[in-house]
Ligand binder design. Structure first.
Ligand code: DP6
Length: 339
């Protein structure tokens, strides 16, 4: 007889971007990052994990496609969960020796710069931890799958502290504030393109870390101050400040991609049209009402307060009348249901 556990995990969208690693194996970042965790009702990852004595090998199905479990990050996550379970004595040794079958799905475009790996690994690790009854913090294990995944384990507004210890003990995610702290906050996702990104985050970060002078400046002079300031803005529910820092940090992240050698670009013409549109809107409003941020892809995440959603929705629909090339995932609240 086997055992199965199913878990749903949310997407998180960074407002202070993680870009660059100080340790590639342990996935330790060069800088702190801050994100908001989105509601799971529209965008989420869903993972089922089974262990049974009759399974002959570890297998994973990603969005219905059978993939090899030889991926080092997957193996690191499974090994770490099993080691913790053994140390905690939460399940018997025999159970730990059984192979696992994993089935994982995203309900949004994978690898199109929509934080799919964050939700995916947070989900996988939480499911494994439940299966093996691991009690200690799973965020640091999720980090071994994909750095940004450590933030998806918490709801609300989350900070991933880069830390400085080579072992990674101090590289942990903590909650800045729960979603109930700022219930009017909304995220609007504009799906500009759903093709797989040309340059993976992992590879892009490596090139940037090795070649960009601007990244050094960003890490030393910009991120520490922005992290402090955006934390204050979140705690004070100061939207204009939150928005300004979010947009500046997104722009600087894409500037460091261009400052890398060879350079790479994630934004498209449509992304740039959205940037211009948001700046014009804020100018007309004489107040910063909306913020954009872009991860490693052309899709925009717009942060705004609830009262702004219908207006922005209407404007976007007028400018991009067909759902092609732009689709919307609308008005998501910040999620608080920790996985
Ligand atoms: C631009 O977490 O996907 O979304 O740790 O190599 O798996 P790896 O990278 P990943 O990078 C996310 C980069 C980002 C910014 C962010 O989410 O902070």
């Amino acid at each position: 007889m086997g055992y199965t556990v199913t878990v749903v995990a949310p997407v998180n969208i960074a407002v202070i971007k993680y870009w660059g690693k100080r340790d590639e194996e342990l996935i330790l970042p060069l800088n702190d990052s801050v994100s908001a965790t989105l509601d799971t009702s529209v965008m989420c990852a869903k993972t089922s994990v089974s262990a049974a004595p009759e399974f002959t090998e570890d297998v994973i199905w990603l969005n219905g496609k059978k993939e090899s479990f030889s991926n080092k990050r997957l193996q690191n996550c499974l090994r770490e969960v099993k080691e913790r379970a053994a140390a905690e004595g939460s399940v018997d040794k025999n159970f730990l020796s059984w192979k696992v079958h994993v089935c994982s799905e995203n309900n949004f475009p994978t690898a199109a710069g929509l934080a799919s790996s964050a939700a995916g690994y947070a989900c996988l690790v939480t499911a494994l931890a439940k299966l093996y009854k691991v009690k200690t913090d799973v965020s640091s294990i999720a980090r071994l799958g994909s750095g940004s995944a450590c933030r998806s384990v918490y709801g609300g507004f989350v900070r991933w502290h880069a830390g400085s210890d080579p072992s990674g003990v101090d590289s942990i995610a903590t909650q800045i504030a729960s979603s109930t702290h700022w219930p009017e906050m909304r995220a609007l996702i504009l799906v500009v393109g759903d093709s797989k990104k040309k340059m993976s985050s992992t590879k892009g970060m490596k090139i940037t870390t090795e070649t960009s002078e601007l990244l050094k400046h960003r890490i030393k002079h910009c991120v520490p101050e922005r992290t402090t300031e955006i934390t204050k803005a979140i705690l004070a529910r100061d939207f204009p400040k939150f928005a300004e820092i979010t947009m500046k940090d997104s722009n600087q992240f894409h500037a460091v991609c261009l400052d890398s050698y060879p350079p790479f670009v994630y934004l498209t013409e449509v992304s740039h049209t959205i940037i211009e549109l948001i700046h014009s809107y804020n100018e007309i409003c004489r107040e910063t009402k909306v913020a954009y941020t872009f991860d490693a892809g052309p899709n925009a995440c717009l942060y705004m307060l609830e009262s702004e959603v219908p207006k922005i929705f209407k404007i976007i629909k007028t400018i991009f009348p067909s759902s092609n090339p732009t689709k919307f995932i609308s008005g998501l609240p910040i999620n608080d249901a920790d996985v």
